[in-house]
Each structure stands twice: as structure tokens, then as C-alpha cells.
Design a protein around this ligand. Structure first.
Ligand code: DLL
Length: 434
């Protein structure tokens, strides 16, 4: 553990620390951020009435649109002279949001990412290749500072240029690889094409996140790369990577609760749900200075796992994110996330873990079809075999998810590879069909 004095804190002490930090944060945002003051005044909410964590539920939520409306700097709680770094969210679902960090925020972030690497089993002897994108995306620099803070030899290679990644991995004796899981998969495939078996290299851990991935995808990555694959989570509005991470037990992601309060709420009623129940993840930052966010609705779906973890950390764990509410498909009343489809596909021999869920309109009806590649060894021109495999994929999806969707097997390498976050859902419903 990198900071056992926090990570293994006594529950009562942690709650006391959280409520003290929550109260201070609320006072700060009310005084310094006009958006919060206006929102709270309008809702008739007086931040000084919050005395403990049990008052959390009476605080109004913050949503992505609040951040967009405040673009670029309206959410900042400190003057620009105290900001030392600006980053931005990718903006795939609308306008970009800008996030600002003070020197102390950057310092805390480095600690939290050092915890993340340590919980993946890394330490000063490790050589870490950071293949998350460097730039406005928080992945690259976030991982970089954490890896350095832990004392690892850190390679700032960023994403892309896959053959070079593999050369560097081999020549530099890399032991820990940090990337999105979909990119890690591409690196594994490309290595094989280059005649390099990554399992023969010193690589032993993967620190993967920034997009949903399934348990079967983990098993495949562990097999192909010969590593232990650890899931790490975060979002720019809250910090970047470093909000939560799995430990070597690989059973849920410990939330860094000394810096963030996690709640799970029912996305419809917005009421908190009990531990163990699925819902939307909501975070409150309690140490951030640049842009504190209060009860921020992430749109990510997960649940709190109850019980103690064997690693000794006392921070509560959230289950791997199943998906985002914006990516959820509702197929004849059944809610499905692409990651659930992935879990089925990756369990079927003969298909590769490269897929996209394509939405189109047939008349007034939505049509959902999953396009999935056959494995590299599959004879794509054998019609009978292709048909058999297609039927099997369909049948397995019906049996696992109780939904019937179209399945199209496509040739190896025909689905676009990503060097960052994979695009799993392609929505063509607004495109004209001929
Ligand atoms: O993706 C931060 C990050 C970088 C996390 C590197 C982990 C590693 P954003 O670009 O703001 O920040 O995107 C945040 O990505 O709300 C989730 O929907 C998704 N996401 C992040 N980590 C995971 C994960 C970074 N481990 C959004 N599993 C979040 C599933 C994830 N989804």
C-alpha cells in the first residue's frame, strides 16, 4: 500500500474526516462559485445545515450541463493565479469541459495515482510504459505523475504508433503497461504479427481503464499478454484517473474515500440506494481546490460491494462499471450495456473481441445489430461454418441476456481499432438509408 494510514483507515475515523472535509468544501463552493450559490439559493438549501454525512442526500446534484454552462472557467473555486494545470474532457457527448488544478490538486492526484500503481503491485523497481494519451485527456499525465511519485521508471510514450510501443516494451524491459484495455488488446495482436510473444517479455501487470470492459476481456488480456490486469477508474470532472482502482484481489475498485464520497442513486428517482444495489454513481470531491464538484452525477452504472477486502484496504469497493446511462440499449424493454454483449462474445471460441453495436432504423422501429469479427484463423469463405458460428453467437446472446439482436460476422481487422477509448456503439438512426 502506498499510504496505509489512509487506505486502511478505521471506518469511524474515515467518516469523521469525510464529514469535516465535506463541510469545508461546501462552504468554499458556496462562497466562491456563483453556480453553486445560485443553485443552492434557488433550491432553498443552506450549506451550513450540513452537519454530517447523513445530510448528504439533501444537497442538490451537479450535472454535466452545469459544467458546460460554466464553460470555460465558471466552475473554478480559486483565482486563475492559483491554477497550475488545465485539462479537458474529451467532449464526445457534447461540448468540452475544462478542468483546472491547483498545485495541491496535482500533488494529491500524484499520490492517488501512486496508490493506483501500488495497488496493481508496482513499486520503485518497475518500468512503466504510459500509453494513455498525453494532452488534454487526463489519462497520460495523470498516470505519469503517479508512476513517478511511486518511484517507477516512467516512459511517457502516449498512445499510438503501436509497433514502436512493442519495440520499446521489449527493448526497455517494461514491467507495467498502462493503457485502455482495447488498446492493450491491439498491442497484443500487433506483437504477434511482428513475431513477438509478449508473454516472453518481463511485462507482468496492466493498469487498464478509461472505458468499460468485461471480465472475459480481462481473462483474454491476461492470457495474451501474460500479465495481471487491473481495472482503474476516474473521470476528468472529478479528477481524472485515480478516483478508484482494483487491488490485486481483482474484486471491485477501492474508491479513494479520503478524497471522494461515493453514493449510488436510482437514476430515475435520484434517491440513494442501499449498498449492493445497482444505480448511477455520484461523487463529491472533498479535497479538490480547483474545481470541487458536489454530488456530481457521472452517468456511470455500478454498485457498492459489501464486505471486507482481503488486501487490508478499508475503502469501499465499487463493482466494475457496467456502462454509462447514455450507452445503455433498451431492447424490447430489456436494458443492456455493450459490456454485457462483450462478455458473451469474448466467451465464444472463433470470434475475436472486436465488436460494435450498430443501431439503425427500419421504418419506425429501432434495429440493433452487433458486428463482430471472426478470429484470425477462421476461414471466412466457408459459408456453412460462418452460418453455424453466427447462429451460435445469436443463441448465446439470447440465453445470457434474454434479448434477440441481429448478428453480423465480419472479416478480421474490419472493425476500426482505437488507440484510446474504443467506440462500441455506432448510432446510425438519424442517417438516411437508401
Ligand atoms: O477516462 C479518466 C481515466 C483515464 C480513467 C485513464 C482511467 C484511466 P474521461 O475522459 O473524463 O476520464 O472519461 C470518464 O470514462 O465516466 C466512465 O464512463 C469511463 N471510464 C473511466 N474509467 C473506466 C473504467 C477518463 N475503469 C468516463 N471502466 C467515465 C469503465 C470507465 N468505464
Amino acid at each position: 500500500m502506498y499510504q496505509p494510514e489512509y487506505e486502511a483507515m478505521d471506518q469511524g475515523e474515515l467518516e469523521a474526516l469525510q464529514s469535516e472535509r465535506l463541510k469545508a468544501t461546501l462552504a468554499r463552493v458556496y462562497d466562491n462559485v456563483p453556480m453553486y450559490r445560485a443553485k443552492y439559493d434557488e433550491a432553498g438549501f443552506d450549506p451550513s445545515t450540513v452537519k454530517s454525512l447523513s445530510d448528504l442526500a439533501k444537497i442538490p446534484f451537479t450535472v454535466k450541463n452545469d459544467l458546460r454552462a460554466a464553460y470555460p472557467y465558471g466552475m473554478f473555486a480559486v483565482p486563475m493565479r492559483d491554477i497550475v494545470r488545465l485539462q479537458a474532457s474529451s467532449g464526445t457527448t457534447g461540448q468540452v469541459t475544462v478542468v483546472g488544478y491547483t498545485a495541491r490538486d496535482i500533488d494529491n492526484w500524484a499520490d492517488l495515482m501512486a496508490r493506483t500503481f501500488a495497488s496493481a503491485g508496482a513499486g520503485p523497481d518497475d518500468i512503466v510504459q504510459v500509453a494513455y494519451g498525453y494532452g488534454l485527456f487526463t489519462g497520460g499525465l495523470g498516470a505519469h505523475y503517479g508512476s513517478e511519485r511511486l518511484g517507477c521508471a516512467t516512459i511517457p510514450i502516449s498512445g499510438g504508433n503501436t509497433k514502436r510501443q512493442i519495440q520499446v516494451m521489449k527493448d526497455f524491459g517494461v514491467t507495467v503497461f498502462a493503457a485502455t484495455p482495447s488498446y492493450a488488446l491491439l498491442v497484443g495482436e500487433t506483437a504477434l504479427e511482428m513475431g513477438i510473444d509478449i508473454r516472453d517479455l518481463p511485462l507482468r501487470a496492466g493498469v487498464f481503464g478509461a472505458e468499460p470492459w468485461s471480465e472475459n476481456m480481462r481473462l483474454q488480456l491476461e492470457e495474451v499478454l501474460g500479465i495481471k490486469a487491473i481495472d482503474i477508474y476516474g473521470l476528468s470532472e472529478v479528477l481524472g484517473p485515480g478516483v478508484a482502482a482494483e487491488c490485486e484481489a481483482q474484486h471491485g475498485l477501492h474508491v479513494n474515500e479520503d478524497h471522494f464520497i461515493i453514493e449510488i442513486v436510482d437514476p430515475e428517482t435520484l434517491l440513494p440506494v442501499p449498498d449492493g444495489e445497482m444505480g448511477e454513481v455520484v461523487f463529491t470531491t472533498i479535497t479538490k481546490e480547483g474545481i470541487p464538484v458536489i454530488r456530481y452525477r457521472t452517468r456511470d452504472i455500478s454498485r457498492i460491494l459489501t464486505g471486507k477486502c482481503s488486501c487490508g484496504r478499508t475503502f469501499r469497493r465499487m463493482q466494475r462499471i457496467s456502462g454509462r446511462t447514455d450507452d445503455m440499449l433498451i431492447i424490447r424493454g430489456v436494458n443492456v450495456f455493450p459490456s454485457q454483449i462483450e462478455q458473451v462474445l469474448t466467451g465464444i471460441p472463433g470470434v475475436a473481441p472486436h465488436y460494435q453495436v450498430v443501431l439503425t432504423k427500419h421504418g419506425s422501429l429501432d434495429h440493433v445489430e452487433v458486428h463482430v469479427e471472426v478470429g484470425p484463423d477462421f476461414a471466412f469463405d466457408e459459408i456453412k461454418a460462418l452460418e453455424r458460428l453466427q447462429n451460435r453467437v445469436k443463441a448465446e446472446i439470447v440465453s445470457a441476456l434474454a434479448i434477440s439482436i441481429g448478428v453480423k460476422l465480419v472479416e478480421p481487422k474490419s472493425i476500426q481499432r482505437s488507440e484510446g477509448k474504443a467506440k462500441r456503439v455506432v448510432d446510425l438512426r438519424n442517417e438516411r438509408s437508401e
